[in-house]
Write a protein that binds this ligand. Structure first.
Ligand code: IPD
Ligand code: CA
Ligand code: CA
Length: 275
């Protein structure tokens, strides 16, 4: 499906809305971190805190104030609206909940915006480093207002990669550990930050050369894919087809090592009978 051209003026206006909403969410996270918060388990590995919910409430309220007719999908409450609109906001109010719950400073608020089913805007705020990543379709990507670009590494054995693991890690054999081992042997290193949103932003600004993950949700990827693409990077599924945020498996890279990454994934997964 060709990308419909979004009304640019609106997109500019919605960028401001997204930044303001993400700032409110980020303030909520820092307030919770300071005063303390309750932690609950959705499953043994999947935590949720007051901060997730309070950040989501703040972000959703800010978006609804400015854009009452738009669709909203957010991680904790799901769909807030049922009306039809070409605009759909996709929100992760706290990406990196496990880090947050343990006091490890790697987490972010992520807000993506779709226009007629295409991701056109991404805003990510990391309140622990005061970093604001923005990607606007056709207009480039920035970090704290300055343009960013993916790295120039051309070989996998010189690349620094990052990945993450789904919360079903203990329940399935298809848990990314075989892929993690293989990439560890053929790159300069593989990191695991615990925030898929930041992993994507770090590919966009060249801190990582590629990121892959097996079990992602739309709120993990909606903002980051725009930021990576607008920084000159490539985002596909494991087959090399353009990635949809409604798919689970993602490879994001500087483009230069993308085919090599896909080959490793296909080889490892082929050996395990999981093509
Ligand atoms: C998780 C983080 C993690 C990734 C998981 C995500 P959450 O999101 O992004 O890095 O490996 O797949 O679910 O639960 O912290 O919002
Ligand atoms: Ca997430
Ligand atoms: Ca989350």
């Amino acid at each position: 499906m060709p990308m419909p051209s979004p009304p640019w003026q609106k997109l500019e206006e919605y960028t401001k809305v997204a930044i303001e909403a993400a700032q409110l969410g980020a303030c909520m996270l820092q307030a919770c971190a300071k005063r303390g918060f309750e932690v609950e388990r959705k499953t043994p590995l999947n935590l949720v805190t007051d901060a997730d919910r309070e950040s989501e409430r703040a972000v959703v309220a800010a978006i609804r104030r400015q854009c009452p007719d738009h669709q909203i999908l957010a991680e904790e409450e799901g769909f807030y609206t049922t009306q039809r609109s070409p605009w759909k906001w996709i929100i992760d109010p706290l990406d990196g909940t496990t880090n947050f719950a343990h006091g490890f400073p790697a987490y972010a608020v992520s807000i993506g915006l779709e226009y007629e089913g295409h991701c056109v805007l991404g805003v990510v705020i990391d309140p622990t480093r005061d970093e604001v990543f923005v990607g606007i379709t056709g207009k480039g990507a920035t970090l704290n207002g300055l343009p960013i670009q993916v790295s120039h590494v051309t070989q996998l054995d010189q690349a620094l990669l990052v990945t993450g693991f789904g919360y079903d890690l203990r329940e399935t054999d298809d848990n990314n550990l075989a892929e993690f081992c293989q990439f560890s042997l053929c790159t300069q290193g593989v990191r695991r930050t615990g925030s898929a949103v930041l992993d994507l932003c770090y590919v966009a600004c060249g801190r990582f050369d590629a990121f892959w993950e097996l079990t992602l949700n739309p709120w993990d990827t909606a903002a980051g894919v725009v930021i990576v693409r607008e920084a000159g990077g490539m985002v596909t599924n494991y087959q090399g087809a353009p990635f949809s945020i409604y798919e689970k498996k993602l490879v994001a890279s500087n483009g230069r090592i993308h085919q090599e990454c896909l080959k490793v994934l296909q080889r490892v997964r082929g050996q395990c009978g999981r093509l």
